[in-house]
Design a protein around this ligand. Structure first.
Ligand SMILES: Nc1ncnc2c1ncn2[C@@H]1O[C@H](COP(=O)(O)OP(=O)(O)OP(=O)(O)O)[C@@H](O)[C@H]1O
Length: 439
């Protein structure tokens, strides 16, 4: 045997000697005794490759192999019996824990349902319909024309809006919250947050911006990339909650964007809607919900995907110009987010909608210089807003009769919704019309 090979085999040889010694001490085999006699005292010497090894005769290999095989078998037997005991213990443990686990699972499910119920009850107590007022800052153009604000917002009186049309006149309007010119998009969204959370618990919700043309409804709902509005922030929050609850609930989201222009519904995510003039209608489904058959619902799984869809919708929206807003939305824009959920423990499923609505701006026709198509648009807009105002007023005062008489889509949609309302006013224009006429 070459000395290098002897060095390679040395650990095995040493091991064999140790095993054999133990076996002989335990009274095993004559062949082993002779194996030990022959090689037992040479194991240590093998540490240094020695020319002496060259002279060693072939050991009693069959005996050594037989011995090692027997040891291997006995160790495997022990291992198997330990594994069996281990598995029995695990099964016993699982059996003992199962009732406790089921109990905890039930308690957890009940607690979750209770938390949801209390949370939504709180929202209801705060008002199923909440009305906020936001006063935008004067634009540079308004400042250069010498306009000044006719309202005062005192941050310590967050529900009051002071209307001061003349030096002698002062009137207070009450809202659930008033945002002043210094309040940013984040502050406005923070107040809408409870409503947004409710949709994740299976409730239908709606946030809409309502007000005179040029008061900043589109700015509030859509915002701009560097200062995003309610729509984007609401979807961001949905994704955040979905991630937070991912160990117990699986959520999926879809988005549809449509506009109501001169009382016709147009699908803003349907690239061909202009050419094919696909007519969309509202149908009542078996569970009483309002559906729009054929409406495109794009699945969304990332916030970037949402922004793309919102931008696509905004691009297709009908805009014109009014005397107070160069880029005025002449249609009601509706973003519908569909939230589908499945509870991973209980298997409970739900489907709910969040409507984010940017209504077209109302106009005082006597004071604005509209004519032709613009006049027709304005009449449609004012008519629908006035009908909407009647519905909201009736809902807010819990009237038995809600005047859902109009065929207008928004009003159909409101039939099944608790609502949060964002209302905007432009300080130096006719505040009365915007703020108080219907509420
Ligand atoms: N809080 C705000 N801070 C700064 N600028 C604002 C704010 N709100 C609105 N603006 C600006 O005022 C202008 C009018 O706003 P916007 O187009 O959102 O009004 P609108 O109510 O949607 O009008 P319309 O009903 O005619 O569509 C825009 O240039 C917008 O950027």
């Amino acid at each position: 045997m070459a000395s290098e090979e002897a060095v390679e085999e040395q650990p095995a040889l040493e091991e064999g000697v140790v095993e054999a010694e133990a076996a002989v001490a335990g009274g095993e085999g004559e062949a082993l005794r002779s194996f030990l006699e022959e090689f037992g005292d040479q194991a240590d010497d093998c540490i240094i490759p020695s020319p002496r090894l060259k002279g060693i005769a072939t050991p009693d290999c069959p005996a050594a192999l037989q011995f090692l095989g027997a040891r291997y078998n006995s160790l495997m037997e022990k291992h198997n019996s330990l594994m069996e005991k281990y598995e029995q213990q695990v099964a016993k443990c699982a059996e003992e824990c199962a009732p406790r686990f089921d109990g905890l699972k039930n308690k957890y499910t009940v607690e979750c349902a209770e938390r949801r119920r209390l949370y939504n009850e709180l929202i209801e107590l705060r008002g199923n319909i909440r009305v906020f007022c936001r006063c935008r800052p004067l634009s540079s153009d308004e400042i250069s024309r010498g306009c000044s604000s006719v309202v005062e917002v005192d941050p310590s009186q967050e529900m009051d809006l002071q209307f001061i049309p003349t030096e002698k006149e002062r009137k207070t309007f009450k809202f659930d919250h008033v945002f002043g010119p210094a309040d940013d998009q984040e502050a406005v969204f923070a107040e809408s947050l409870p409503v947004v959370r409710s949709v994740m618990d299976g409730f239908n919700v709606c946030i809409f911006a309502y007000g005179q043309t040029g008061t900043g409804k589109t700015f509030t709902m859509e915002g701009v990339p560097e200062n995003r509005g309610v729509n984007y922030r609401a979807l961001e929050e949905l994704f955040r909650i979905s991630e937070e609850r991912s160990s117990s609930i699986s959520y999926s989201f879809g988005v549809s964007i449509l506009e109501v222009y001169n009382e016709k519904i147009r699908d803003l995510l349907d690239d061909n809607s202009e050419q094919t003039s696909k007519r969309l209608d509202i149908k009542q489904s078996a569970d009483g919900a309002q559906e729009v058959p054929g409406l495109v619902e794009a699945p969304i799984s990332t916030i970037d995907g949402v922004w793309e869809k919102l931008k696509a919708g905004a691009r297709n929206r009908s805009v014109g110009s009014t005397s107070v807003n160069e880029l005025s939305s002449r249609s009601h824009s509706l973003v519908r987010v569909t939230v589908t959920s499945e509870h991973l423990v209980t298997g409970e499923r739900s489907r709910s909608h969040m409507w984010l609505v940017d209504l077209a701006g109302s106009e005082r026709l006597a004071k604005t210089e509209v004519e032709g198509e613009r006049l027709k648009e304005a009449k449609f807009i004012n008519k629908s807003l006035s009908a909407l105002g009647d519905v909201i007023a009736a809902l807010a005062s819990k009237n038995a009769h809600i005047p859902y008489r109009s065929v207008l889509f928004i009003i159909h949609m409101l039939q099944h919704l608790p609502c949060s309302v964002t209302k905007r006013s432009i300080p130096q224009l006719s505040l009365t019309t915007t703020l108080c006429c219907q509420m």
